[in-house]
Design a protein around this ligand. Structure first.
Ligand SMILES: C[S@@+](CC[C@H](N)C(=O)[O-])C[C@H]1O[C@@H](n2cnc3c(N)ncnc32)[C@H](O)[C@@H]1O
Length: 292
C-alpha cells in the first residue's frame, strides 16, 4: 500500500467514527507512524510495509475512541520547541503562544530601563508541560526561570521537555501556585495560564478535552475565576517594583479579571486580543501602593 492510500483509508475510517478533522488527523498519524514528513509523502508517495500499516491502524483506533491526536503522536510544536504530551498534562494551545509573545515584549521593555542588564527572574505558575517556561528560557538564556505546578505528572513532562529541548535555565518545582517559591524570591515577570473553565461547563467541552485532559488543568471553580483571584491576591508580594504579571484568559473573562486586578491595586491593566478578537491576555503591573 502507498502512503497516500493509507491516509485516505484512515481519513474515511475516522470520518465514520465522527472525528471532525478526520483528514488532518489521518495525515498526522500516518506520517508519524511512517516517520515521514508531509512533503516527502506527497512527492514520493512511498510504499509502506505491513508493520507500519499495523501501527497506523492501532493509532487510528485510539483516535476513533476519542483520544486527542496530540497524545497519540506524543508531541506538539510550540514556538519552535518540541513539547511531549500525554495523559496527565494539558496540550499547549495556539493562544498560549500569544501569551509568550506578550511576555517576551514585557521583558524586552524592562531591559531597556535596566541598562546593567541584570538577568531577569521569571516565574511561570501552572506550568503544566512547561511550554511557557521553556519558551521564555529559550528566548532569554541568561534569565532564571522557575515553573511550578501542583501535578507531579505534569512536571514529569515538563522536565522531559526541558531535556528534549536542551534548555538549562529552568527549574520546576511541585506545589500549589506560589507555595514552592522561597521566602525573599521576587520576579521581574510572572506568567500563568491557569485553569479557567467554569466547573459546570466542563461536561459540555469536546470529548477529546473532557474525557482525556486532566480536570485539574481545566477547572476554574464556580465562575471560572478562582485562580485569577488567588494569583492577583498574592502576586504583589512576589513581583519586583518594575515587574509585571501576564496571564491567559478564558472566553469573556477580560472584564471580570480586570476588575479583580483593579480591586487588588494593580495598575496599567492591558488586554491583548487573540486571532478571533477575543480578549485573551491580561498584563498588569504592581504600580505604586495606594495611599492609606
Ligand atoms: C490550563 S493548564 C496550563 C498548562 C501550561 N502552562 C500551558 O499553558 O499549556 C493549568 C495547569 O495548572 C495546574 N494547576 C492546577 N491547580 C494548580 C495549583 N493550585 N497550583 C499550581 N498549578 C495548578 C494544572 O496541573 C495544569 O498543569
Amino acid at each position: 500500500m502507498r502512503i497516500l492510500d493509507a491516509v485516505r483509508t484512515v481519513s474515511e475510517y475516522l470520518e465514520k467514527a465522527g472525528v471532525d478533522d478526520h483528514l488532518a488527523d489521518a495525515e498526522i498519524l500516518t506520517y508519524h507512524a511512517a516517520s515521514i514528513d508531509r512533503m516527502t509523502a506527497f512527492i514520493d508517495n512511498p510504499e509502506i510495509d505491513n508493520r507500519v500499516y499495523a501501527k497506523i491502524i492501532r493509532m487510528a483506533k485510539r483516535r476513533a475512541g476519542g483520544e486527542p491526536v496530540q497524545y497519540i503522536a506524543g508531541s506538539v510544536e510550540f514556538l519552535g520547541l518540541t513539547i511531549h504530551v500525554g495523559k496527565g498534562v494539558l496540550i499547549p494551545r495556539p493562544e498560549t503562544e500569544i501569551l509568550v509573545e506578550e511576555a517576551i515584549k514585557t521583558v524586552a521593555a524592562q531591559r531597556i530601563y535596566q541598562p546593567a542588564s541584570l538577568p531577569s527572574d521569571i516565574l511561570d505558575l501552572c506550568t503544566g508541560s512547561g511550554c511557557i517556561a521553556l519558551a521564555l528560557a529559550k528566548e532569554f538564556p541568561d534569565a532564571g526561570v522557575i515553573g511550578t505546578d501542583v501535578s507531579p505528572e505534569a512536571l514529569r513532562y515538563a522536565r522531559r521537555n526541558r531535556a528534549a529541548n536542551s534548555i538549562r535555565n529552568v527549574t520546576f518545582r511541585n506545589g500549589s501556585l506560589f507555595g514552592p517559591v522561597k521566602r525573599g524570591e521576587t520576579f521581574d515577570l510572572i506568567t500563568a495560564n491557569p485553569p479557567y473553565i467554569v466547573s459546570r461547563e466542563i461536561q459540555d467541552l469536546q470529548r477529546e478535552v473532557k474525557d482525556w485532559e486532566p480536570v485539574t488543568a481545566l477547572d476554574g471553580g464556580d465562575d471560572g475565576l478562582d485562580f485569577y483571584r488567588q494569583i492577583l491576591g498574592a502576586a504583589r508580594a512576589y513581583l519586583k517594583p518594575a515587574g509585571a504579571l501576564v496571564m491567559e484568559l478564558g472566553y469573556g473573562q477580560a472584564g471580570a479579571v480586570s476588575e479583580i486586578a483593579g480591586a487588588e491595586g494593580f495598575s496599567e491593566i492591558q488586554i491583548v486580543n487573540d486571532f478571533a478578537g477575543i480578549g485573551r491576555i491580561i498584563r498588569v503591573t504592581p504600580g505604586f501602593p495606594s495611599p492609606k
